[in-house]
Every structure is written in C-alpha cells, then in structure tokens.
Design a protein around this ligand. Structure first.
Ligand code: G3P
Length: 219
C-alpha cells in the first residue's frame, strides 16, 4: 500500500518525506485555503513547490464544475509538473472529463466518492485513482471502511486498473483497516502517519534496554 500525505503544508510534506515512506501528496481546495494560499498564481506556485519536494504523484484539484472548465483547468495543472494528477469531483461533467483526460493520457484522481456505484463509474472512465472518503462516511454513522472492501472486491472481479486511494483518514487505525480492506493507497494527515509509530510497550521496552545497557557499562 502506498502512503500519501493529505496536506498542502510544505513543512509537513518535508517531515513525511524525511521519514522515507512518502509516495505522494493529495490536496484539496480546503487544505489550500487552510495554508492561506489564495489567488490562481499563488495556488499554481504552491503546487509547483509541492512537486519539487516529492517525486511521487501530487493530486491538484480543479475548481471548475463544467466539462470545458475542468478540461481547461486540468490541462493547466497537468502542465505544472510531471507528477501532477488532476483531481476531479464525482459529478456528471467530472466523469466526462476523466474519460477525456484518460484518452489524452492525463492521470486523474476522482474525488468525493461515497458509493460503490460511483466507484464503478470512475473506473469505467479510466480514473487513475479513486478517493472514497472514509472519515466522512463514519461521521454519518455508516461504516466507511466497508466501502473500501466492497470496491476492492468489485475492482478485483472486474479487473479494473483504477487504484483505490482511501481518503478522509482521521487516525492511525484507519490506516491499518484500509490496508486490510484492500486499499492501494492511503492518504493521511501527518499525525495519523506518526501515530503508527506509537505503542507503550515499545517505549517501556526501549527504556529498559537503555537502562540495562547503561548499568552494565558503568561497572
Ligand atoms: O483529500 C480529501 C480528504 O482526505 C478529506 O478529508 O478529513 O476533510 O474529511 P477530511
């Protein structure tokens, strides 16, 4: 399973990259706004800065919601760097645009996915990645992770190439469950990635090893 970081924060992207496990980045308009990145040229420059940090795929989301607008904006984003993936919402014109991008060899990430039916449509259109939003489904008291399992089963049966990118990850447990459910990629906030490191028995064990070593070597 590939690890992407879900942020537009350059320091966090660098920190995840320094860990040596980062395969890519996903962003969205809310994450860009959170970093205070506004105005078209600042947004474009910020994407370029992200693409200079990571070699892997960087999802950059279109704002347009009509076919012509999505194509025009997607092409501009794609021209920014060789690792840009155009992120397109799961709407009628979005699917049409994903099919067009597929035909023109432009990689896509179909976002805002909440059902298996949407997942089938995006795969038919040739999306490179599919982003089901786990946490947001959990927020409505449904089981987000069961959607990942269902899509993984369908894609395996049908032989679809689209990679399942588990998004809206809220904690480290989500990452483990996404791996079990068959996600190809997981995109997470930095604390969820770092949370994977933590176990109290690791801390207790390390303290013991270091103290035993110190005692033995002070004699
Ligand atoms: O990139 C989209 C997604 O990960 C959003 O997460 O936490 O806003 O539901 P969240």
């Amino acid at each position: 399973m590939k690890f992407f970081i879900d942020t537009a924060n350059l320091d966090q992207i660098k920190e995840a990259k320094d860990l040596g496990i980062l395969d890519g980045v996903t962003t969205n308009p809310s994450l860009m706004a959170k970093e205070g990145i506004t105005g078209q040229s600042n947004v474009m420059n910020h994407y370029k800065a992200i693409c200079e940090i990571v070699e892997g795929d960087v999802s950059a989301e279109v704002i347009a919601t009509d076919f012509a607008g999505i194509i025009e904006e997607g092409q501009r984003l794609f021209d920014l760097a060789s690792n840009i993936v155009v992120k397109v919402p799961m709407i009628k014109d979005g699917i049409k645009a994903i099919a067009w991008f597929t035909e023109h060899s432009i990689p896509t990430n179909c976002t805002l996915v909440f059902s298996a039916g949407q997942a089938i449509l995006a795969a038919k259109a040739g999306a490179t990645y599919l982003s089901p939003f786990i946490g947001r489904i959990d927020d409505t008291n449904w089981d987000g992770m069961s959607l990942i399992s269902e899509i993984a089963e369908i894609y395996a049966i049908q032989g679809y190439d689209t990679q399942i990118l588990a998004a809206s990850i809220r904690n480290s447990r989500h990452i483990v469950d996404a791996a079990k459910a068959g996600a190809d990629v997981v995109t997470c906030p930095l604390p969820a990635i770092l949370g994977l490191l933590k176990h109290p028995l690791t801390d207790i064990g390390l303290e013991q090893f270091l103290s035993d070593h110190a005692k033995a070597n002070s004699k």
